[in-house]
Ligand binder design. Structure first.
Ligand code: CDT
Length: 316
């Protein structure tokens, strides 16, 4: 059996601080139309795909940056994207900054079906970086100042003739992200990211950014028998170089398509959702082989608890 879903990973290049939403939406529309021409059922855009990565700037007053946030989705500027996608019969995932009526701020992705209906909304769970001003850094990563951590976890939805889930950027580095969705039978995980190459707390990791990006997504795909679609906003944005290397990853863990530029670029693959079964029903047959009774620390413990130091033990 084959259940083929044609997917486009719509990588974006930089978005300047003063680039208008209208201009960004035009770029998204160009990629969407390219996807439609290539026969895509689904086009995936990156995290915070409507604006520059504004958490790199400190502010005392977050509300002063509310122009980076969406209070409705679709809103007036994004409606043309929704209209065109429905007309073309192409679904899409779009990352954006969400400001709720209650005044909460989330790093959100919406997934829209080919008929224009909303499949689901995902709010980023693992919020990286820091809360307070750290001017020693060449640039800051203040996501923890701007965004609340979602407590909604990692739901999956039936859509695109399969079972689809989402995660956002830093979420992709955590094995729990994939396993939570794997335990719900996920067949395709959509992940947008903005990953600066320079990691100020430990620049020794800079040269490994590309390796770590693919390492975690390929492992998550293989260990859960799922497709993973990783989509970057890459290139040099407001002086900050971010990783590109968007990739479409099969349930085998193999990369089947990869971006070759750091700018706006669509890569596509025909994804057979039934390929997932090869892994879900063999090596990773969870019902047969998992041992949740010995994994208790995973859900009861947050940080590391080391065993007692042997030299401190009383050996009398
Ligand atoms: N956007 C995002 O989550 N970026 C993080 C950078 C971590 S460094 C503070 C990432 O995991 O790629």
């Amino acid at each position: 059996m084959t259940r083929l879903i044609n997917v486009g990973a719509a990588q974006l290049g930089p978005i300047a601080k003063d680039e208008s939403r209208e201009s960004v939406v035009e770029r998204l529309l160009a990629l969407l139309r390219q996807g439609a021409e290539a026969g895509c059922d689904l086009v995936v855009f990156p995290e915070l795909a409507l604006t520059t990565f504004f958490p790199r700037w400190y502010t005392d007053d977050i509300a002063g940056h509310d122009h980076y946030f969406e209070t409705s989705m679709p809103g007036p500027e994004t409606q043309p994207l929704f209209d065109e996608a429905k007309k073309l019969g192409v679904g899409f995932a779009l990352g954006y900054a969400e400001l709720t009526p209650e005044g909460e701020r989330f790093n959100t992705t919406i997934l829209v079906e080919r008929d224009g209906s909303t499949v689901g909304k995902f709010r980023k769970v693992h919020i990286p970086g820091h809360e307070n001003d750290e001017p020693w850094r060449p640039f800051q990563h203040l996501e923890r100042r701007y965004f609340a951590e979602s407590d909604e976890g990692f739901p999956v939805w039936r859509g695109f003739d399969g079972i689809v889930g989402m995660a956002t950027c830093n979420d992709r580095r955590w094995p729990e992200t994939y396993r939570e969705m794997g335990l719900q039978g996920v067949e395709m995980i959509l992940i947008g990211y903005n990953t600066p190459i320079h990691y100020a707390p430990d620049p020794g990791q800079n040269a490994l950014q590309g390796f770590h990006n693919h390492l975690c997504m390929q492992a998550g795909a293989y260990q859960n028998g799922t497709w993973v679609i990783g989509v970057a906003k890459g290139g040099t944005e407001e002086g900050v170089e971010s990783l590109a290397q968007s990739a479409i990853i099969a349930p085998s863990g193999q990369i089947v398509a990869q971006a070759v530029t750091t700018g706006d670029e669509l890569i596509t693959a025909s994804c057979d959702l039934d390929w997932c079964r090869h892994y879900k029903e063999t090596l990773f047959d969870f019902a047969r082989y998992r041992r949740p009774e010995v994994y208790q620390r995973i859900t009861t413990q947050k940080g590391v608890i080391e065993p007692p130091d042997a030299s401190a033990q009383d050996n009398s």
